[in-house]
Ligand binder design. Sequence first.
Ligand SMILES: [Zn+2]
Length: 457
Amino acid sequence: MRSHDTADTRFWQQLNDLNVAAKALNALPGDSCALAGPKGADDPGLGRIPAAYAYLSEHVLVHRDNVDRAIRVIRRDDASEPVHVALLPDEDRDLISVRRLFIGRRDIYHVIELLNREEDIEATPVHFISVATGNLCSADEPVPRIGPLNPPLSALPHGRGVKVVVFDTGLVDGYDRHSWLAEINGPRPIPKVDGDVLKPGAELDVDDGSILPHAGHGTFVAGVLRCVAPATTVYVSDAMKIIGAGLEDQVCLVIMRTLKAMGWPDIICLPAGTSTDHDKPLLGFSDFRRDLADHPDTLLVAAAGNDGKDEPFWPAALAESIPDMVVSVGALRADGRGRACFSNYGDWVSVYAPGERMVNAFIEGTYSYDYDARTTCRFHPHNPSYLGCPCVAPISKGEKLDLPDALAQWSGTSFATPIVTGLIAAYMTRTGKKSREAAKDLLQGRLAIPDLSGLWL
Ligand SMILES: [Zn+2]
């Protein structure tokens, strides 16, 4: 029997929220919806297979060169259902080389196995990428802050001359009321954080006006980054439009479009990702991975995810095969004495940084809590690895709390990611080194920042 409110039970509620939001935004093709993988995760009759990722129903992803052959194989196997390729607008066709195949009511895992096995055609589900977890939510829900900004706002113009693009949920209306996100003139001028600014009220529930799940995530991430490195030039994209999630090929398309328009920055900060079918790298990100290799001045810093497990989380797990190009970031607990309970871990995680109870820019308003109060850790309920993890919270489901001053306290590998991004940016300014070289120094422990030194594992 399921214990109450584990990482897994939260997944199903989040999946439901994702479908409600996707429907309201008309964000998915036809009658498609988000389902839970891997195979059997949605079947109570098969026993307990933990849900690990969300994917698009009725579709598989293949390389465009394999489209015709894949359609022939699928028809030969079962001609009773339609199968066709989803066409992309002309301007997008050359930006990504993967294509979605609509396969109707066929069993998606049967089709994937058929293509992989019989014809050696790579095919995968179309996974949802979400702001830092296959668990489809941040490590915890935002709460009213108790202390000051965490990390504190640096008084030095760290990051000057360094460009960072953050792919996340965009910026909330009025984000620049926070001085560290706004332009500052004077002896040490600081550029305003720029990006996709949401319409006023876009982050609020239409029924009761409360703050939507995952709203403010991109603003919070940008705030953490600018506290560590206040002079960094930052652009925040709203690539994850469906309550902090997006389909892998669509997110990759937004990334490729943005980089084509703006040029490749020094650092791409991606506080998002997903677990995948059979732990394989994301097929939808293959073009990005290839082009990253062609842009030696750009580094990807990506969140390791908040599922508290050691299975690879993508695209962060690319750090294992291309460590010079990708840094994957796990989270430390607040006292810096070990890994946070929610942080993923494993050989593919490059570095751990503070990720519990960060305090930064959010949305002014009321947050309505989705999950029950807990007295134990969600990930280690019977044998806590440490006391005081952020899972333990006295707030009850349905409770509403005001988040004053448009600030919140929040936890997740999503927020450890901009700390590492900011530290790399600061180090680049200080040394004149390029981002990949700076990251190499960081990973070898040669980076020392007074406020955060000693916290690296
Ligand atoms: Zn915990």
